[in-house]
Ligand binder design. Structure first.
Ligand SMILES: [Zn+2]
Length: 565
């Protein structure tokens, strides 16, 4: 077992050596690194790259069948991960087990529901797929809403820290609420409202359904608009049809609204006109402080849904290096091991290998496990959590957050890896959900020591911070960092990096063509691994608990658990 100090040093040195002409910030520690004998068997940047190539090639092979939860592909994946942790001598992370069972339920709408609207002087039937989408999270074969009164609740937000309550003074019990997508900050582009252009969690559709359920509504319908949603209607209609997987709920999700759905903009405008209301005018009013909800005249909505319901079990994989002095305090790395599996209806290559998404991140988790296993245990515990069912709605991480193995209050931070860079080293590190927590200060320091700079994501209005596993940690208050290689390529510049990223989005994202290529340049991914490693090693040797920045929507819940430490 090696002393940790020389190891940190060699990592700095190896990236210094591979930096070429670029100047790099050196600490005095780096200069004193000398004992080459004890360092001779440590990995180089090239070793980390080789390690990543090896793991990705296996995880993204056809043999692993696209790693869908509860399939033969899962069996292969989780066995592989367990074997790797075992080989590194890293202990099981869940009370003696490498696994945490995640019970999931699949609901498939089996009828062709119609949204019926009835008023004294207006009636309409909106079709499934083209004019509306409707579904339920209730894990039962049939559910319906009959003659439910409709209320327009603006953005459907209750944000005490922003003195904002769209449900103030109204009772929506058993009613159907109609809600705008995104938040007033985006709508007005006013930086003093919410986070201005950047989406807050209040802008995510998941939040809007959660809040509607807390308010006792029978149904919640969100009005889709491409700009504020960040994607077109076809994303809504495609992703809401077919099997919907959720965590198996002991109350079958009885506490959620009976119906969750979406209206196209055309349907919404017709509906508002039918209630003698002007959609565009109300939308503008809803973005202003002091907006009050509006009853939609005498309109009543009815919809019936039939479901095929199927339950299954998948696994999170969890390994940990217990802290030497404060094992109850932990830092958790996450990467989702799952991807989309096989589409039997597709001709030709129908295996969704998910090489980039997220065999790379899973490989990164294993590389980090390797690096941490090569040094003496540090003060705090370091946890490696490969979660399942991210692609089905961040379910494995949700399950973990609701059933934590390591206490929430003493979980110092979460670092999430989803899609690593495959095109070489970048000068920049992009922070998704920038200006959230003090973890960004650690990131900045670690990036600087690599001669890199940090910047915020280019499209914060799309709410990517709420779209991978770290978000479930944030939701329970744990500061969570999602940062990755940017687009400022060290040799070919920004334009090249951006065009490569666009090429991935257009041609490989969630497609069968997301395949492993032995020609990938994983030097940038290796550099990111070193970046995460250095952040976590810093956190693991201090007593500080990094905090959310003032005004962040997750600060209150973190503050409320701090007393349990
Ligand atoms: Zn992913």
């Amino acid at each position: 077992m090696l002393n940790r100090t020389p190891f940190l040093i060699i990592l700095s040195v190896l990236f210094l050596a591979s930096c070429g002409e670029r100047p790099i910030v050196q600490t005095s520690e780096t200069i004193t690194a000398t004992d080459s004998d004890s360092l001779s068997n440590l990995p180089t940047g090239a070793d980390i790259e080789a390690m990543l190539h090896e793991h990705v090639a296996i995880l993204a092979s056809d043999e692993f069948e696209g790693r869908a939860p509860a399939t033969a592909g899962e069996e292969k994946t989780i066995s592989y991960l367990m074997e790797q942790f075992e080989a590194l001598g890293i202990a099981p992370g869940n009370n003696g087990s490498y696994f945490q069972s995640v019970d999931v339920t699949e609901i498939t709408t089996s009828n062709n529901p119609v949204l019926q609207i009835q008023g004294n002087s207006y009636e309409a039937s909106f079709n499934y797929g083209e004019q509306m989408m409707a579904g339920t999270q209730h894990q039962i074969p049939a559910i319906s809403v009959q003659d439910s009164e409709m209320v327009f609740v603006g953005y459907g937000i209750v944000a005490p820290e922003r003195n904002w309550n769209d449900y103030e003074g109204i009772n929506v019990t058993d009613k159907t609420v109609v809600i705008l997508v995104n938040d007033p900050g985006y709508a007005t582009q006013d930086p003093s409202l919410f986070n201005g252009n950047a989406m807050t969690y209040y802008g995510r559709w998941t939040y809007k359904y959660e809040e509607a359920a807390r308010q006792g509504a029978a149904a919640a319908l969100i009005v889709h608009e491409t700009g504020p949603a960040g994607y077109g209607w076809e994303v809504v209609s495609n992703s809401w049809s077919g099997p919907q997987i959720g965590l198996t709920s002991s109350n079958l999700n009885d506490d959620l609204t009976d119906i969750e759905g979406w209206l196209t903009l055309d349907s919404a405008e017709a509906l508002f006109a039918g209630a003698d209301l002007n959609y565009q005018e109300l939308k503008t009013a809803a973005a202003q402080p002091g907006f009050t909800a509006v009853e939609m005249s005498d309109l009543k909505v009815s919809v019936s849904i039939e479901n095929a319901v199927r339950t299954s079990t998948s696994q999170n994989v969890i390994a940990a290096i217990p802290g030497a002095t404060r094992p109850e305090e932990s830092i958790i790395y996450t990467a989702h091991w799952d991807h989309l599996g096989i589409n039997p209806d597709m001709e030709g290559d129908n295996i969704f290998n998910g090489a980039s998404d997220n065999a790379t991140g899973t490989a990164g988790l294993l590389a980090l496990a390797y690096l941490h296993s090569q040094q003496a245990p540090v003060d705090r515990s370091i946890v490696f959590l490969a979660v399942t069912a991210e692609e089905s709605g961040l379910l494995g991480s949700q399950w973990y957050a609701e059933n934590p193995v390591y206490p929430i209050s003493t979980t110092v931070a979460n670092i999430n890896i989803d899609n690593m860079n495959t095109i070489g080293r970048m000068q920049d590190v992009v922070v998704v959900g920038a200006r959230s927590s003090e973890l960004e200060n650690y990131l900045e320091q670690a990036a600087q020591s690599q001669g890199r700079y940090i910047k915020s994501e280019p499209t914060p209005e799309r709410g990517y911070y709420y779209r991978s596993d770290h978000f479930n940690f944030a939701k329970v208050g744990i500061p969570a960092l999602y940062a990755e290689s940017g687009e400022d390529h060290i040799e070919f510049g920004l334009e090249y990096g951006a065009s490569q990223a666009q090429d991935y989005t257009d041609n490989r994202y969630h497609a069968a063509s997301d395949e492993y290529d032995p020609d990938w340049d994983l030097s940038g991914a290796a550099e990111d691994i070193s970046l995460y490693f250095n952040i976590v090693n810093t956190l693991a040797q201090e007593t500080n608990y990094p905090a959310w920045f003032e005004g962040n929507e997750f600060k209150a819940i973190r503050d409320s658990t701090a007393s349990q430490r």
